[in-house]
Write a protein that binds this ligand. Sequence first.
Ligand code: PEP
Ligand code: MG
Length: 759
Amino acid sequence: MNRRDDLNHFNLLYDISELSTLLTGSENIEHFLQRTVEVVSRHLHADVCSIYLFEDRSQELVLKATVGLNPGAVGKIRMKLGEGLVGTVMERLQAIREESGSRNPRFKYFEEADEDRFESFLAVPIQRGVEKIGVIAVQHEKVDYFGEMDVMALRAIAAQLAGAIENARLLMEILRGSGKRSETDIIESLKFVKGKSAVEGYAYAPSNILGKKYGRLLIDDHDSNPGGTIDDFHYAIHKTIEQLQELQERVSQRLLESASLIFTAHFMILKDENFINKIKALIIDGMSPSEAVRSIARYYISIFSSSSHAYMQEKVIDIEDLANRILKNLRKKAGGEPTLQPGRIVIAPDLYPSDVLKLAAENVKGIILVSGGVTSHVSIIARSLQIPLIIADRPELLNLSDDTPVLMDADIGNIYVCPSEKIVRQFEDRNKAEKTIQYMMDSVTETTRTKDDTPVHLLANINLLSELRLARDLKVEGVGLYRTEFPFLIRSYFPSEEEQFVIYKHVFDEMNGKIVTIRTLDLAGDKILPYSNAPMEANPQLGLRSIRFTMHNRDIFEQQLRAILRAGADSRSVRIMFPLISSLDEFRDAKQVIMDCINQLSRLNLPHCKTPSAGILVELPSLIEIIDDVAMEADFFSIGTNDFIQYMLAVDRTNEKVSRYYQPYHPSVLRGLARVVKSILDKGKDISVCGEMAHESGYIPFLLGIGIRTLSLDPQFMPLVQQVISELTIADAESYAGELVAQSTLDGILRVMKSRGLQ
Ligand code: PEP
Ligand code: MG
């Protein structure tokens, strides 16, 4: 066996992805390319590694970095398409491997390169789609040194490099395009920031920096209207009420469940005589209105923030927010800046889910969170509202001043501060193209079928009621997962049974007889209630979350179950799904609570569903060993791959620092899924997948291959997923899945995926 075949190519890929990260911190593409050739030559034990980049302007390849060739040749060796082996690789967009490069008639000798000693030659194109980016080549003194594995490895490297080089080019463009050397150092160092995409999309807008929540202005501002009067104060209060009402109106159009909830605290404070009168008293005593507002707001903030109760601490944000609005209106009266400036990209350390809703009401274009800690529900809400979201561990971004133009490419997590016109144009073009593809609503058909005509059912994951319409427009066959925690998360108290009834009824009505799967409260873990006074847990993901929380809070659980059963009184398909079930015993206990609720409702003579299906959201690996028995008892199953992976691999799905260990393609994950699905299908029970895997084109063939015929996904992914499915055959999917589960290493799985172009 060739010695090269023993190399751990996975490590190599890993290093290369590290290099891409390194790139983002650097302004120098040459340095980055040089580091790359060093790493690659070391890993492949090659004597030479060189990178040539294709210049659009001259249509030539230029040697940009090398180890092994004469460093003096960098920037000097140039070749046309088709010229020499490297030019041929670029022209044909195909790899060339030669036992001895110089024996190939196309070989071209460049004197300045000093390459006459090298025999073996291997080069692959670096491309993005059909776009030519360059060529990476390795050489060795020995004849026939490089093997098939090296070709694969170099191809993988080239694929990684393509993205990194494109970024680097944009980066160079920024540097060249701006030309404004007088700009502040902050902007210079932040021109290009690499973050992690949490919600895909694109946004270009002026920035709005939120310091510690909304409070920054309050703390930092100086008095911009020292001479104001009590009338100015009245005007500002009046304006603030008007604006809040308008905001509320806008929120309720987009988010039914939050109507009248988000700004309740604001209105309550505004109506609080104490608050208003204290400010007025200070103004009458001679203080300026803005200073008086600040002073009383600070007083309230100090009281609330000293409380150990999270609910009270949340009020701090409301007061800060409200005081800022009043202050802005005072400034406006004094001819200062306008009040609300919609359409911003917000940069903040972190946010609550309810903050995202407020921002949505202000028509925010995108969100950048810089502290790295994001609850997955902030992402989920932002996704439902289609607000691009990037998480970047760069707190310096908070030092940018408001109104700095920022471009977010949240598809890949790139942030451009003060982008050049060229970059903006490039992104806008791409954005237009993507939008047309994304909104192929007309092409979505009622049923989804594979190429060989096997039906696959597509259901929707619904987080907010406002998504139901999109789901219907996209012809979903029902709701596979309704996450019920949002009405609990976006307000300051538990919703009553009646309020929940209204919300769930809306889901049943909109689905008009189609399947509706309601998941019971999945609180705690990363979804923390601001008003719950439960003590903080050291390991919330392993704590009293989900079904454990509801079983410990029977009242809350029963209220929710009664609300569901009543809301589904006229529906043909009421499916109640329990999250985070760890044992058969736990499922039986939870199911018993449904039975108790049915009995209560019968006694009360209230119309309700008498025969709901009770299902399990498979999220814990502890179910795998007992799945045959569990499958006998539950009516249906859905696999929550997000948590399934998290718990199988002990990787916090919200922790950016360990995100590379979150590997859906881990052999234990794939085998675990295959095993669960097989057992459930053998028992003739209904099974779907509702985690993120369900919409990822790289995993859909695997899921179909192990027998899944129902996927539940965010509605916006419907057109894409339908398209992916229509191009697959079940036989192919089965053989692919078989190949994957036969692998026992990550490396092996990646290889199989790559061989199908799915990685
Ligand atoms: C899952 O864990 O895959 C799931 C669907 O639930 P959530 O993302 O709400 O935790
Ligand atoms: Mg889950």
